[in-house]
Design a protein around this ligand. Structure first.
Ligand SMILES: NC(=O)c1ccc[n+]([C@@H]2O[C@H](COP(=O)([O-])OP(=O)(O)OC[C@H]3O[C@@H](n4cnc5c(N)ncnc54)[C@H](O)[C@@H]3O)[C@@H](O)[C@H]2O)c1
Length: 464
């Protein structure tokens, strides 16, 4: 049992968002927030900004916006910084990424130009297709100390009250956790030995978590998803979450997959392919980086469909995922899914999905939500793995003995119920039986709708 704290510290002052990797996603995210600050853009895709949360019974009519219900930092209080392999400022990075047009970002050119990345922690062996020109020198241990200094300086210079870090850097070559990732002591020793099995993303994660700064990982890299980092996070009180933003094709997969299973329809095969022409696509053209992505992209169906429970329906699935680097498309990724299903008496059917999306447009609101929710978690005294943020990830980090939750709508329920618990509200079970319990007079008891009033006292509650 994990006790949810009864008090949440207020979101007073300024919140810094530090982003290792200042490419397409980061520049689209920052440009969007700066435009919003001027009233020139809408936060479409963001739960923290747009979504309501139902409280109590349906007839009560209490549906506040999430941002009015839980004490979140306001967008006007956000300050941005980060690191990159190249010294382009965020305006230049946005122009190169080409997600938004020069006309769209012109009103925030001054703000974006002022954000210049700090030199990166880099190892060519982990991102084969990029040639870095803006990097730090030292052993992995020394580099972590330098990143910690960067964080402290950024906080001081910008008069920040709190900071969060979200990895928006490239996808690193796939690695498996080894002995050195098994405990904090072993990891720190290995960092001092400049052990090559520590990827750069793990150095950033170590620096943040060591300072108690919340950390989320938007790529499939190992980063904070090893026992040593979880140990550190619990020690320093840092909330952590990952891995790999769930934006386009996998988001759809975690909607359709549960739908098939809910209806007890069978699945023979799922073939997913993509064309993508941005820098992320160039990095994923390397087989090692693609392997990392392939792991998070393919893992979702196994846990959703539970073939061990339903061998007749799901034991013979052929699941393939492809990504092709195709420069003309830039950030406007196109995904195709061919899904071979079967129904009554084994009769075959097919579903086709053609998703013409924009990668960074789908990812930017996730970065905003994660930053604000991780800051909330920290102020609420939650530390270690934040499973309630699984909603945002292809490969949700969870306790090693548990299966991750992949179903988008179960993840959504988990997220909202956690917010209810944090605020001392009842969680929803959606059975609806109590509406019809005549003995309790429930059928006749519906009072007139009353407006939402923010909860004043927060009860101590327990989460299983
Ligand atoms: N856009 C999406 O829908 C989506 C979804 C899931 C995951 N992601 C992941 O998010 C990440 C960012 O995507 P993007 O489209 O912005 O890619 P991008 O290539 O435009 O930007 C990544 C940036 O990270 C920098 N970088 C690489 N290694 C670094 C290091 N060690 N330190 C600092 N900077 C480093 C690169 O120079 C680059 O500018 C990628 O890993 C991508 O796979 C994106």
């Amino acid at each position: 049992m994990n006790k949810v704290p009864s008090k949440i510290a207020p979101a007073a002052g300024r919140l810094g968002i530090l982003l290792p990797g200042m490419g397409a996603v980061t520049s689209t995210f920052i440009a969007g927030v700066e435009l919003m600050k001027k009233g020139l853009g809408k936060p479409i895709g963001s739960l923290t900004q747009l979504q309501t949360i139902r409280l109590g019974k349906r007839y009560e009519g209490r549906n506040p916006l999430i941002k009015d219900f839980v004490p979140l930092a306001g967008v006007e209080s956000l300050v941005f910084g980060g690191w990159d392999l190249f010294d382009d400022n965020v305006y230049e990075a946005a122009l190169k990424a080409g997600v938004l047009t020069p006309e769209q970002i012109a009103p925030v050119k001054k703000e974006l130009s002022a954000i210049v990345p700090m030199p990166a922690v880099f190892d060519q062996d982990y991102v084969k297709n990029l040639r870095a020109t803006h990097v730090k020198e030292g052993t992995r241990w020394e580099l972590a100390q330098q990143v910690m200094e960067d964080i402290e300086n950024f906080k001081r210079k910008n008069k920040l009250d709190r900071v969060v870090m979200i990895w928006c850097g490239s996808t690193e070559v796939s690695t498996e956790p080894g002995e050195i990732h098994g405990s904090l002591e072993a990891l720190e020793e290995a960092m001092k030995d400049d052990d090559k099995s520590i990827p750069p993303s793990m150095v950033y994660a170590y620096a943040a978590i060591k300072l108690g700064v919340p950390y989320a990982n938007g790529a499939p890299n190992l980063s904070a998803d090893v026992p040593a980092m979880v140990e550190l996070a619990e020690q320093t009180g840092a909330p952590i979450a990952g891995k790999d933003f769930k934006t386009g094709q996998t988001m759809m997969k975690t909607v359709i997959g549960p739908a098939l299973k809910t209806r007890m329809l069978g699945l023979n095969g799922w073939y997913s392919t993509n064309i993508l022409g941005n820098r992320d696509g160039e990095v994923l053209d390397d087989p090692g980086s693609f392997r990392s992505k392939e792991k998070t992209k393919t893992s979702v169906l196994d846990t959703i469909l539970e073939k061990e429970l339903y061998p007749d329906l799901y034991s013979k699935i052929s699941h393939k995922v492809r990504i092709d680097y195709y420069p003309p498309r830039g950030d406007a990724k196109e995904g195709w899914d061919n899904i071979d299903i079967f129904g009554w008496l084994g009769m075959p059917m097919q579903i086709k999905i053609n998703f013409l999306c924009r990668d960074s447009i789908l990812a930017a609101p996730l970065v905003l939500d994660l930053a604000l929710f991780l800051d909330l978690a920290k102020r609420s005294g939650l530390s270690g793995i934040q499973e309630w943020l699984s909603f945002y990830f292809k490969g949700p980090q969870c306790r090693p003995d548990l299966k991750p939750e992949h179903d988008l709508f179960t993840q959504h329920l988990k997220l909202k119920n956690t917010l209810r618990l944090l605020m001392g509200e009842e969680t929803l079970d959606h059975s609806g039986l109590d509406y019809y319990d005549a003995e309790k007079g429930a059928v006749h008891a519906a009072p007139a709708p009353r407006p939402y009033k923010k909860a004043e006292s927060k009860k101590k509650v327990k989460v299983a």
